[in-house]
Design a binder for this molecule. Structure first.
Ligand code: GLU
Length: 283
């Protein structure tokens, strides 16, 4: 689709936890096309320092350049910006919208087992809210004892504070945000001082992104991001959730499909035009 929207700012945001595969090539080429002559940015989503590696980041640059994509440099590397995420958390904290959660996975399973039902949200089983009910004294005692904790959004308060929200998707039209269906999502992990949801929301605003493109497998996440935008006073971009490229077996590409990495295809003698075509983008 050719659009007259040269003011568009779009970004491709891969994680350097493996080599890019054909599904990434599709997403990157989709984003470039969606930018329609506007700006095409790159963001390295490496908050999970245990899983991300510098050589995979190098691989991203190498593979995108080989595919013929040009992005504005430098790319924004999330691990360089933990202070931005911290500032957002502080703002939410000042407004009483987050709380520390000391639960382990086991605690959550136990609690859900007792409740006898396990409603699911976008990040899996909905958190049953155990630590939301902790008294300030208990919170302080656990923190003083050095108990590791995540920070969760108090979704009920968040929905009250944000009011009714929508977002606009290029294919689906106007979508109504369902906050309660997302539950008290994690905004800072025990091992990482932010989370995917918080980092991408803050970054898209800082990078001035006007059109967020992402796979439709992440459609649920956009509900959370819209709420965070409202709470943090950040602008609302437009969205375009795209279908996922699937292999001949009908399954979507994943990092485990090593034979279909851009690198492997290149080493097998395929050229950039051929790989772009495999990803559904004929020249
Ligand atoms: N980093 C995410 C991924 O690799 C995409 C980021 C986003 O579009 O929100 O799937």
């Amino acid at each position: 689709m050719i659009e007259n929207s040269t003011g568009t700012i779009a970004r491709f945001a891969p994680s350097p936890s493996g080599r890019l595969h054909l599904g990434h090539a599709y997403s990157a080429l989709f984003t470039k096309r969606a930018a329609a002559g506007g700006r095409f940015l790159l963001r390295i989503e490496d908050i999970d320092l245990a899983r991300c590696r510098p050589e995979f980041e190098e691989g991203i640059y190498e593979d995108l350049a080989w595919l013929g994509l040009k992005w504005e440099t430098p790319a924004r590397r999330q691990s360089d910006h933990f202070d931005d995420y911290h500032a957002a958390l502080r703002k939410l904290d000042e407004n009483g919208l987050i709380y520390p959660c000391f639960c382990t996975r086991k605690d959550i399973q136990r609690e859900i087992g007792q409740a006898g039902r396990a409603p699911h949200g976008p990040d899996g089983i909905l958190y049953p809210g155990t630590c939301r009910a902790l008294s300030p004294e208990d919170r302080a005692a656990l923190a003083a004892a050095g108990e590791p904790h995540a920070l969760r959004l108090d979704m009920r308060k968040a929905v009250d504070a944000a009011g009714p929200l929508t977002f606009d998707d290029r294919e689906r039209g106007r979508m109504i945000v369902d906050g309660p269906g997302c539950g008290d999502v994690v905004l800072a992990r025990k091992d990482v001082p932010t989370s995917y949801h918080l980092a991408v929301t803050v970054d898209d605003a800082i990078q001035g992104v006007t059109l967020v493109t992402r796979g439709e497998d992440l459609l649920h996440a956009t509900h959370i991001h819209r709420i965070l935008q409202a709470l943090l006073g950040l602008p609302e971009p437009e969205y375009w959730h795209h279908g996922l490229l699937t292999g001949e077996d009908g399954k979507r590409y994943a990092k485990r499909d090593k034979s279909l990495t851009i690198q492997a295809l290149r080493e097998a003698g395929r050229g950039p035009a051929e790989v772009r075509k495999l990803a559904g983008f004929a020249d």
